[in-house]
Write a protein that binds this ligand. Sequence first.
Ligand SMILES: NC(=O)c1ccc[n+]([C@@H]2O[C@H](COP(=O)([O-])OP(=O)(O)OC[C@H]3O[C@@H](n4cnc5c(N)ncnc54)[C@H](OP(=O)(O)O)[C@@H]3O)[C@@H](O)[C@H]2O)c1
Length: 383
Amino acid sequence: MTQHRPTTLMTGATGFLGQYVLKELMQRGRRVVALLRSPLQDSRHRLAGMMRPLGIEINDYITTGQLLLREGALPESLPDGEWGPTDDILACAASLQLFSNGNGEPYKTNVEGTRTLLEWADRHHVTRMHSVSTAYVCGTHTNVIREVFHTRPPSFQTEYEETKWVAEEMLAQWAGDNGNVLTVMRPSFIIGDSNTGYTTQFGGFYQFARVLNLMRSEFGESSNGDIAHIPHRIPGRPDIQIQNLVPVDYAARMIAEIILDPACHGQIYHLTDPNPPTWAVFKTYLEQYFRITGGQFVDSDTLPPDKTMAESLLFEKYDLLLPRLHHQPHFDESNTRRLRESLGIKYPAFTQERMALMLDYAASQRWGQGAARRHARSVHTPG
Ligand SMILES: NC(=O)c1ccc[n+]([C@@H]2O[C@H](COP(=O)([O-])OP(=O)(O)OC[C@H]3O[C@@H](n4cnc5c(N)ncnc54)[C@H](OP(=O)(O)O)[C@@H]3O)[C@@H](O)[C@H]2O)c1
């Protein structure tokens, strides 16, 4: 009789975070059934291409039976589970579309998809679910955000956040009703690999940096010397911690550690920067990287009137990011910190050098415009 190998059904393996989590699970010997969208051959090819730079040849794992690929989509089609018992489900797929635009998303994947995944779990007697949510299910709540389920927040900044919150509610009910075990992992904004800068997503932070790059090239030419002096006002306070950015490799490592240790199950984990940079630090890093000076904070929540041309360029995008930049939740990450410390993992802090690594990589990929990758989503800031 062959021995049962613990098996995880995973959605979202072809995603930015998913590919890193899959790598971690493969390297640790976990058997994974990855749900890929149709046509399966195309998705398999795409997955192979994205795993290769991470040092994983998926065919090696498929051959040994450690990795199984099955076609399906949320919410409409899930495989029949012919591979045998499934020990747990890792729900990593999501629609990162911020607002509805007539295509049914993000509701369809995030809410309906979660419902069908839970039904699948019940039908197949799966009692453990690991769900990747977002730290921003806190909606517009500020102050300290704990690793607990939130009662309904007053409002959400995006429909994406709201759908992720609704999904958490459904998951919590599933766990509460049936004595199932639910683990929720909530990253903040995911950025590139802390060691290489590698990313397939170019929204949010990258978008902002890209505009500074443009500003430097359009308005920095007449400056003497290397550093461009471009006077521009920045609405906001220098001392606030504006962005919580978490490197993809760290988030994936923590997710894998949590999944592989049943003692970690049944909790909520904030996968967030424990000490995010202030606006002032962020500004200094960016100014040093792009060799720009001239930015002055103005104590205001709104964009200044009578914009200069440089400010217009900057604020065209800044406007898009404004709600995020003025939203300052502080994410408590006690559960994650305990685990990190017990494993001896050091948080890869957002330093000048690390930011430069991220931006060098993004620039080498023309800020996501170059390779027309399916996952080069440059227009949104999911979180
Ligand atoms: N990226 C962030 O900054 C961030 C921050 C916080 C939380 N999160 C959460 O982290 C998780 C992973 O995000 P990500 O950044 O890896 O997203 P991503 O790069 O956009 O990947 C999304 C993944 O979900 C799959 N997917 C989407 N809709 C699906 C559907 N209807 N049926 C089946 N599969 C579907 C995609 O498949 P295809 O490749 O076929 O499209 C892809 O594998 C999500 O739960 C997201 O909410 C992300």
